[in-house]
Structure formats: structure tokens, C-alpha cells
Design a protein around this ligand. Structure first.
Ligand SMILES: NC(=O)C1=CN([C@@H]2O[C@H](COP(=O)(O)OP(=O)(O)OC[C@H]3O[C@@H](n4cnc5c(N)ncnc54)[C@H](OP(=O)(O)O)[C@@H]3O)[C@@H](O)[C@H]2O)C=CC1
Ligand SMILES: O=C(O)[C@@H]1CCC=N1
Length: 283
């Protein structure tokens, strides 16, 4: 795994065309620009006027209403549309893909490299990337998978782009990209759900909403920072909080009795399965 670094040479990403300028593209573009990426090397195609104009005004990138306008001259295409529209988006770009032979990077859940290559006319270097929204702050993590047409320099190119917004980890078996999606692509939402639940529970115990929010947010930040910086396992860090017969133990026993671990296992298995379904349903 490679760590993000403030001196990452973001300039090596140029020029890149984002196809789709929604939530995840915005996090990636915002993260790249905040970390020194050249705005004039980033183009984005986004049909929604408000989203397109916000990307242009917030980050200074060039924006276009259609993918066909955004890709000329771009040697990297980053496909950031929903899985459900990926096939039609690729079909519309196939002629330009065959003429330009770009490095294609897709962040879509489920959609395989074989599908992307086939829909774009075949013979292309395709990288599947699964980032997450903390990329906006430079603290994302991205799983990467390359098809056989991706050469070592193209791998470096894909790494350089995603390293700029967080850590990266290469996955050698494509099927595991669905598990990456379920763990880290979707993962921030699980933490936000926990935050929602903790805040509501704190309020139920009488805390004011602002106090509950501050206590929860800083607790999650502190715990995540300890996980990131410590060599100790999560279990060891948890044990240090859990005084025998104390308050933490009372809560942990209720979590365990309620089947939290099995619930998390089922949730991540369900998300992994959904990735496979998205591939099959949109072929
Ligand atoms: N959100 C996340 O945390 C993550 C998302 N992903 C993946 O990223 C992809 C995008 O997700 P997300 O950003 O959440 O989705 P969004 O719906 O927020 O963004 C996709 C955007 O693409 C636009 N779009 C549709 N068709 C085209 C087209 N032909 N050309 C250009 N743009 C088009 C959509 O417009 P319209 O709404 O009008 O259709 C929409 O604004 C998905 O495949 C998802 O699996 C991966 C990792 C994390
Ligand atoms: O929910 C989704 O399908 C996408 C993929 C990972 C995060 N969001």
C-alpha cells in the first residue's frame, strides 16, 4: 500500500477527462486541486447544469455538457457515472476511444474491466478504481485493479492520480474489487450511520444536539486517528478503553449480545453481492 504524501507530483496526472461530475467525481477533483493539481489539466463532463457550473467555479476546471466534448486531447478518461448508465456512456464514446486509445479508469461499482473494454470497442488499457469520498480531504483510500493491457507506465499513471488523494492498494484478483467496494468504497457511510446513531442516543440521554454532535464527531476523529497511527490492533485499542465492570463493558456486552459482528458481516456480504448484481444487471 502506498501512503498519501503532500509532495505527490499531481502534475503527472494531466490531462484527464472526468465523465460524470457527481458526488465521487467532485471529491476526487476537489482533492486533486487542493493538493496542487493543475486545474487546466482537468476536464469534466456533467449534464446537470448546477453541478457542472459548481465544479468550474469551485475548482477552476474546464467543464462540458457532454462526454464527447470533454475527451479530445485527454489521455486519461476517468469514468464516474452510475453503473446503470455506464454501458450507454461507453457506447457513445467507443469511436473516440478507439481513435484516442486513452487509459480508461472506471470508479463504477461492479462493472468489470472486460465489460468496459468491450463497450468501448476492445483492446484498451482499463483500470478499475474504487475510491471513497474522504479523497476530498486527501485521506481517501482507493483499491485498484488493472487489465492485461495496462503497462507498467500506465499503472504508475493510475497510481499517481489516485495517490494524490489518499492511499492506494493494488488488487490482483478482479473479483475482490466487489469486496473493496463493500468495505472502503461504501465504508464512510457506515461510519456516518454510526455517528447518526450515537448522536441520537446521546440526545436521548439528555445531551443538547450541538454537544452530542461535537462529542460524537471528535470521538470518531480521535479513534480513527489512533487506528491510523498506532501499531496496535483495533481489539487492543478497544481493550484499553474497556475497564472491567465499567461503562464501556456494559455497552460492548449489549453490542455483542445484539449480534453487531454478524450484522456487519451480513451488511458487507450484501454490499459485495450487490456489486456482482450491478455487473450482471447492466451488461
Ligand atoms: N459516491 C461514492 O462514495 C462512490 C461512488 N463510486 C462510483 O462512482 C460512480 C458515480 O457515483 P456518484 O458520484 O455517487 O453518483 P452521482 O449520481 O452523484 O454522479 C454521477 C453523475 O454523472 C452524471 N451523468 C450521467 N450520464 C452522464 C453522461 N453521459 N456524461 C457525463 N455525466 C453523466 C449524472 O447526471 P444525472 O444525475 O443527470 O444522471 C450524475 O451527475 C458510480 O459508478 C459509483 O459506483 C465509487 C466510489 C465511491
Ligand atoms: O453506493 C454505491 O453503490 C457507491 C459505490 C461505493 C460507494 N458508493
Amino acid at each position: 500500500m502506498s501512503d498519501s504524501s503532500t509532495d505527490t507530483a499531481v502534475s503527472v496526472i494531466s490531462p484527464v477527462a472526468f465523465i460524470g461530475g457527481g458526488n465521487m467525481a467532485r471529491s476526487l477533483i476537489g482533492g486533486l486541486i487542493a493538493r496542487g493539481g493543475a486545474a487546466d489539466a482537468v476536464r469534466v463532463a456533467e449534464p446537470v447544469d448546477t453541478l457542472r457550473e459548481a465544479l468550474q467555479s469551485d475548482f477552476g476546471v474546464r467543464s462540458y455538457a457532454s462526454a464527447a466534448e470533454a475527451v479530445p486531447g485527454a489521455s486519461v478518461w476517468l469514468l464516474a457515472v452510475k453503473p446503470q448508465v455506464m454501458r450507454s456512456v461507453c457506447a457513445a464514446l467507443a469511436e473516440q476511444a478507439q481513435a484516442q486509445r486513452p487509459l480508461v479508469i472506471s470508479i463504477a461499482a461492479g462493472i468489470t474491466a472486460e465489460q468496459l473494454d468491450r463497450w468501448l470497442g476492445g483492446g484498451l488499457a482499463v483500470v478499475r478504481a474504487m475510491p471513497n469520498t474522504p479523497a476530498l480531504l486527501g485521506v481517501g483510500i482507493t483499491g485498484l485493479y488493472a487489465n492485461a493491457a495496462v503497462t507498467a507506465p500506465l499503472r504508475e499513471r493510475a497510481s499517481a492520480l489516485l495517490d494524490a488523494v489518499g492511499a492506494t492498494v493494488w488488487i490482483e484478483q478482479e473479483a475482490q474489487m466487489d469486496a473493496v467496494t463493500a468495505v472502503s468504497g461504501s465504508g464512510p457511510a457506515y461510519v456516518f450511520l454510526l455517528a447518526e446513531a450515537m448522536q441520537a442516543a446521546g440526545e436521548a440521554q439528555g445531551l443538547a444536539p450541538e454537544a452530542a454532535r461535537a462529542l460524537v464527531n471528535q470521538t470518531l476523529l480521535g479513534a480513527a486517528t489512533m487506528l491510523a497511527r498506532s501499531d496496535d490492533t483495533a481489539a487492543t485499542l478497544r481493550a484499553r478503553v474497556t475497564s472491567p465492570g465499567g461503562t464501556t463493558q456494559a455497552a460492548i456486552e449489549i453490542f455483542e449480545a445484539g449480534g453487531l459482528r454478524a450484522l456487519v458481516d451480513r451488511a458487507i456480504a450484501g454490499a459485495t453481492l450487490r456489486g456482482r448484481e450491478l455487473s450482471a444487471a447492466n451488461d
